[in-house]
Design a protein around this ligand. Structure first.
Ligand code: C5P
Length: 476
């Protein structure tokens, strides 16, 4: 770990110790997505263990109003996780030095020197791939007390939620890899090279194969009947009594049979690439029940994302902090509701074709009146994951609270565009009195409705009409 990062974490520890000694109350405020829920939970758990008087809450995004709220709040000190990039000046003005940010989003140059901003990019760490906000919170928690290394598995969920498993065969790199190793040492995480199907612990085998879209297998993906017939012909028992078996239950011999059948099926398609993508690292929490949606790291992250997106982030926080009673049933119901909502929005967007403007390098989707603002990130990610959009940038918009328009942008798989979406969204939104930011490949923005045409014009100039090899960051 770089020295200056260590120093920043040690300052964090001192600040929190002072708060605890002087009986100051602490509020943790975090984002509603998986990385937000996990980072907020990790730091809150560490604070509770240290005997702090603290509370935790979530916010859909960060703006001046949120800072006003923090200012009006009775709490003495504020920890902001997975949020707050670009607001250091306002935070200093309103809260003096009674705040700290733990984050991994790209931040503007002028925030690099602010000691209260503990952000990965300041320390030469790629916050897009090497560490999540959960990872940042975990490093802070571990610095507070080595015993908090038993929270490493939650930081693995954070990184999975932010799709940072971008190394070879869906492995982690950088500090994320160190966190994985910490989690393995505690016995709370197992990492295997396995068939990488969605819903490893919960979906019936044919559904798991049909819903896996990376790799996209022509004829199988999104075609349950074809998957069922392929799996039947592989000779593997698909049921255990009356119950469908799930991918995690296959033994080595059965996996070999499934792989063999898929290989035969894909001959003629780019079979090597498909097989390469189909085998990847899986992250299992052995202490969770078999066939539970908490046992596979990727399913856990989906559940947390769904909690936040349907405005029940508290359920996710309770589960991360150890609640395995009523909250589990809540979590399961949330997951069902979330999947149902996604299917519904995707169907509407697909049938109302006027909503989509598809050019050679960008797909613009008008989801106004269809997708609620909390779900824009989920839907833009799904659209970017569709093979027909490979190589493109996806920008989706919908109407948000108080006369605003919320934008969510994603680079699709194999997108080579030099446009940095974080810069694009931040610079553009600020031009029109809005807020924006995020990562190179996933970013968002919010503007008021009266600025929509100007903002669309700006996107037109800076994305739609920019060739992937050219200098794309003109920000006119
Ligand atoms: O909202 P959406 O999921 O599209 O956001 C993509 C990424 O950009 C998320 O990590 C989110 O936290 C970040 N973001 C940001 N500032 C904004 C909007 C989004 O940092 N104003």
């Amino acid at each position: 770990m770089e020295k200056s990062f260590e120093n920043a974490l040690s300052n964090f520890k001192d600040k929190i110790s002072d708060c605890i000694k002087s009986k100051k109350s602490i509020s943790v405020i975090t984002h509603i997505d998986c990385d937000g829920i996990t980072s907020g939970s990790i730091i809150t758990k560490a604070l509770v263990r240290a005997g702090a008087n603290c509370t935790v809450s979530t916010s859909m995004d960060f703006n001046k109003k949120v800072i006003e709220k923090l200012n009006d709040d009775q709490r003495d000190f504020h920890i902001i996780t997975d949020l707050g990039g670009g607001f250091a000046k306002e935070l200093d003005e309103k809260l003096s030095d009674n705040w700290l940010i733990l984050d991994h989003h790209q931040i503007p140059q002028e925030e690099l020197d602010n000691d209260r901003v503990i952000n990965a990019w300041k320390f030469g760490i790629d916050g897009g791939k090497e560490i999540s906000a959960g990872g940042m919170a975990y490093q802070a928690a571990k610095t507070m007390d080595g015993k908090n290394s038993d929270l490493a598995w939650i930081a693995v969920v954070s990184a999975l939620g932010d799709r940072q498993d971008q190394g070879k065969k869906k492995s982690f790199t950088g500090i994320n890899l160190e966190i994985v190793n910490d989690a393995k040492k505690t016995g709370l995480l197992e990492v295997d090279l396995d068939l990488s199907l969605v819903g490893r612990e919960t979906r019936p085998l044919p559904d798991a194969l049909a819903f896996t879209s990376q790799p996209f297998i022509e004829g199988l993906t999104w075609n349950r009947d074809a998957c069922l017939s392929l799996l039947n012909s592989s000779g593997v028992n698909l049921k255990d009594g009356g119950r469908w078996r799930v991918p995690a239950e296959l033994n080595e011999e059965e996996k070999r049979k499934v792989i063999e059948s898929i290989t035969k099926y894909t001959s003629g398609q780019n079979a090597t690439q498909i097989m390469d993508e189909l085998i990847g690292y899986t992250y299992t929490f052995p202490r969770e029940d078999k066939r539970s949606f908490l046992r596979d790291g990727r399913e856990f992250s989906t559940m947390l994302n769904s909690c936040g997106r349907i405005q029940k982030a508290g359920v996710g926080i309770a589960i991360c902090m150890g609640d395995r009673t009523k909250m589990l049933i809540e979590g399961e119901n949330i997951l069902k509701e979330y999947r149902h909502m996604i299917r519904n929005y995707m169907n509407i967007l697909a049938s109302e074709r006027w909503r989509t403007n598809d050019t050679t390098n960008c797909v613009m989707v008008n989801a106004e009146g269809v997708v609620p603002e909390t779900m824009t990130g989920t839907i833009s990610s799904l659209i970017a994951g569709s093979p027909k959009n490979a190589g493109k940038i996806v920008i989706l918009r919908t109407n948000g609270e108080e006369g605003t328009i919320k934008f969510s942008s994603r680079k699709s798989f194999s997108c080579k565009s030099e446009v940095n979406l974080s810069n694009l969204m931040r610079t553009g939104a600020e031009k029109f009195d809005g807020v924006g930011g995020g990562h190179d490949a996933a970013a968002g923005a919010r503007i008021t409705k009266d600025k929509l045409d100007d903002f669309l014009d700006y996107l037109d100039k800076n994305v739609l009409n920019v060739q992937s090899s050219g200098n794309s960051e003109q920000h006119n």
